[in-house]
Write a protein that binds this ligand. Structure first.
Ligand SMILES: [Zn+2]
Length: 170
């Protein structure tokens, strides 16, 4: 019954061992810092109109949702997690793990090309902020205390994500 709808979904990432931006065989990606793409062209005021206030606070104002408050902490259905703002595929359930932090955690992104990394020196700490590579929405931070094989922990706000099963319900 949902076969026709399913064809509009982007395909899953082809290879679990793919760590590089290039050679994934996926769709062509521009340099994430380059605004060639309509999604990033939205102004904060325009985002305010289309996003719920709590999503706006996290995605556009680079806020952080309270731990254990988000829909996707402790959420385990299979499937992809898209950017809440532009629907770029960011993470997949097969790299999700329970870090105990209170935020959804992943040990790798679905596609490095859809992730933008920025040094964040706020609050007297040096951390690596993780944003959507397509639209620039704030997602969370990445830490180096994750599980093998990457030893990375992408600590992501639920409000920055939409699981594909929730997308279909919209
Ligand atoms: Zn996005």
């Amino acid at each position: 019954m949902d076969d026709n709808q399913k064809q509009q979904q982007p395909p899953p990432p082809p290879s679990p061992s793919n760590k590089r931006q290039e050679g994934s065989g996926g769709e062509p990606r521009r340099d994430p810092g380059n605004s060639g793409d309509g999604a990033r062209a939205r102004t904060p005021d325009e985002w305010k109109e289309v996003l719920e206030p709590d999503r706006y606070e996290v995605c556009i104002n680079h806020g952080t949702e309270p731990p254990f408050s988000g829909r996707y902490n402790g959420y385990s259905p299979d499937g992809g997690y898209m950017c809440a703002c532009c629907r770029a595929e960011l993470f997949s359930s097969d790299a999700k793990f329970d870090s105990g932090s209170g935020w959804p955690s992943f040990w790798r992104p679905a596609s490095e090309g859809n992730i933008e990394y920025v040094q964040d020196t706020s609050y007297g700490m040096t951390r690596t902020e993780v944003n959507c590579g397509r639209c620039g929405a704030h997602l969370g931070h990445v830490f180096d205390d994750g599980p093998a094989p990457t030893n990375l922990r992408y600590c992501i706000n639920s409000l920055s994500l939409i699981h594909e099963s929730d997308c279909r319900d919209e």
